[in-house]
Design a protein around this ligand. Structure first.
Ligand code: NAI
Length: 241
């Protein structure tokens, strides 16, 4: 990915940070879009010898996102790739779920992908490009207590396939990665009994690492994914096949 420029949303921490750092290791310069400070991830990336800029962006805001994408294109001279990774959960059973938690999750997880993709595609029309959307196994198989989250993640898959069809003739490839249980602060907090239950359901009998997600993102954005578009890659240890 030498010399490419990649925007990673939600790149200040967690899986997004790992993706940003791994793509930098593979030669890409990185624009981090986040509502949290991205100074740490940018320091990590610069130490790898790549350029990194942080943009304070709430990706649910259409105008601010568009301006930030245009600014990044001016700063770096181009945009080759976009990773739509920013996401949140607000879990509850359907009957207890508040309308505001439905709206918030749909906005952060799905509307943001519309905002970022629309703003970025304009810069890829002549050059081609790659987009990877971080969905979830829950978007593929559903999950009790996550009606808002699973709907947003399933929506990302529909968006992925539709945008892939619209812009394939421009050599813009659009794919999704659907992670299962990944070892993060959230899953570290699981109690022993809950952890055992999770392991029982996963054929590989372990949680995934953020880096496992980053490998799939790299594969899709690099030349190795050159003939792949509209695809969803499961990174879930076999939890759903
Ligand atoms: P995280 O909570 O550690 O990181 C999410 C990042 O997104 C944070 O840096 C946060 O500041 C940023 N963000 C949130 N709202 C934003 C907004 N409005 N605008 C800009 N940035 C915003 O989450 P994690 O665990 O790293 O997850 C990353 C992605 O992977 C999410 O889309 C999540 O749904 C997905 N995923 C995570 C799994 C897991 O096991 N952790 C499993 C499957 C999917």
């Amino acid at each position: 990915m030498n010399g490419t420029v990649t925007i990673v949303t939600g790149g200040a921490q967690g899986i997004g940070r790992t993706i940003a750092a791994f793509l930098a290791e593979k030669g890409s310069d990185i624009a981090v879009f986040d509502i949290q400070d991205g100074a740490d991830v940018c320091a990590e990336i610069r130490a790898l010898g790549r350029e990194c800029r942080f943009y304070s962006v709430d990706v649910t805001n259409t105008e601010i996102t568009k301006e930030a994408v245009n600014q990044a294109a001016r700063d770096f001279g181009k945009i080759d790739n976009l990773v739509n990774n920013a996401g949140i959960t607000r879990d509850n059973l359907l009957l207890r779920m508040k309308e505001e938690d439905w709206d918030l999750v749909l906005n952060v997880n799905l509307k943001s992908v519309f905002n970022c993709t629309k703003a970025v595609i304009k810069h890829m029309l002549r050059t081609g490009g790659g987009i990877v959307n971080i969905s979830s196994v829950v978007g593929v198989m559903g999950n009790a207590g996550q009606v808002n989250y699973s709907s947003s993640k399933a929506g990302m898959i529909g968006l992925t396939k539709s945008v892939a069809k619209e812009y394939a003739e421009r050599n813009i490839r659009v794919n999704a990665v659907a992670p299962g249980f990944i070892s993060t602060k959230m899953t570290d907090a699981l109690e022993e009994k809950a952890r055992e239950e999770v392991f029982k359901a996963i054929p590989l009998k372990r949680l995934g690492e953020s880096r496992d997600v980053a490998y799939a993102v790299y594969f899709l954005l690099s030349k190795y994914g050159n003939y792949i578009t509209g695809e969803v890659i499961n990174v879930n240890g076999g939890l759903h096949m």
